[in-house]
Write a protein that binds this ligand. Structure first.
Ligand code: NAP
Length: 286
């Protein structure tokens, strides 16, 4: 029986730390921390994410600025808004909720966000910084996964780590963070041959595939730390991860649930990044 890694509890600790430091910034330096969240269109999943981010901002004492734009918003209009937010001193972090409607080039939008306010850490300058280990922000989901692995007490150094998925927002930076901790890292993807033989070697297995119940017990090493990044909606409306929890849980040493695992960590790390941005912009980053 695996021990459950409680993402709600770990994320609550991260947010509490952010709340205390936010209060301290206000009391000692008169600085208010602000996050601008931009949503274009009416995708229901994006709406839920944005509402959760707004609630988290309130909980940690940030000002949140929400810009809900219609789906017909042009790329130029969105770029104009990003430019305004880049110049707005009240705004320390800018997040444009992805995906944006198809007529907008998301790369052009990410490129336009000031790297100093890029709290998602998607801008090429920040991504490059992560490659060479010189960064201010880490991308929220992989950084949250590292916190969850740390919560188990399992040492990454020297361990075989397998990441399934090579997306720019999860798989690739995830592999880099594990490598920074001296894990021996393998990245798998849809062309990987005999995937199960690779994943069965993993002491630490991170699944970011986007396929419900994809990782089954035969793909997991006895006692492994299994981190499930996936968020998939089943036909019955329930959320489920990329890991077949029922079969894997008896075999793994540690496992994250969905919901209540990686999801809450992503938002907590966004709050942490926004606080870091505010400190950096005010010359207070140690
Ligand atoms: P993505 O961009 O679609 O990437 C999926 C990756 O899985 C790709 O690299 C793909 O390989 C690989 N893959 C697909 N089928 C495979 C197969 N049969 N065998 C091996 N690899 C396979 O997705 P993403 O953005 O990384 O997101 C993945 C999941 O995480 C989604 O469910 C998403 O909703 C969730 N997510 C959760 C959070 C959170 O906060 N918890 C944050 C972000 C994402 P190829 O590159 O070869 O196509």
């Amino acid at each position: 029986m695996a021990k459950i890694i409680d993402g709600k509890a770990v994320s609550a600790q991260v947010k509490e730390q952010v709340r205390q430091e936010t209060e301290q910034l206000r009391a000692e330096h008169g600085i208010e921390v602000g996050l601008a969240v931009v949503i274009v269109g009416d995708d229901p999943a994006s709406r839920v994410y944005v509402n959760n981010k707004k609630k988290a901002c309130e909980a940690v004492g940030f000002r949140s600025f929400e810009y809900a734009l219609p789906a017909e918003t042009t790329q130029e209009e969105l770029l104009d808004l990003v430019d305004t937010l880049n110049k707005d001193e009240k705004v320390n972090g800018i997040l444009v909720q992805l995906p944006v409607p198809k007529h907008i080039d998301d790369k052009a939008i990410i490129d336009a966000i000031s790297p100093d306010k890029d709290v998602d850490a998607f801008h090429a300058k920040n991504v490059g910084g992560i490659m060479i280990g010189d960064y201010t922000f880490l991308p929220c989901t992989p950084a949250g996964v590292m916190e969850l692995i740390d919560a188990t007490g399992v040492e990454v150094s020297g361990k075989k780590c397998v990441v399934i998925g090579r997306s720019n927002i999860v798989g690739k930076p995830m592999a880099m963070l594990l490598l920074h901790r001296s894990g021996t890292v393998t990245i798998c993807h849809s062309r990987t041959q005999d995937l199960a033989s690779v994943t069965r070697e993993a002491d630490i297995l991170v699944a970011s595939v986007g396929r419900a119940n994809f990782v089954t017990a035969d793909m997991v090493k006895e006692g492994a730390v299994v981190i499930d990044v996936g968020i998939n909606r089943l036909e019955n409306g329930k959320l489920c991860g990329d890991v077949d929890f029922a079969s894997v849980e008896p075999k793994a040493g540690w496992i994250t649930p969905v919901p209540g695992g990686v999801g809450p960590m992503t938002i907590a790390m966004l709050m942490k990044n926004t606080l870091t941005a505010a400190k950096a912009q005010n010359g207070l980053l140690k």
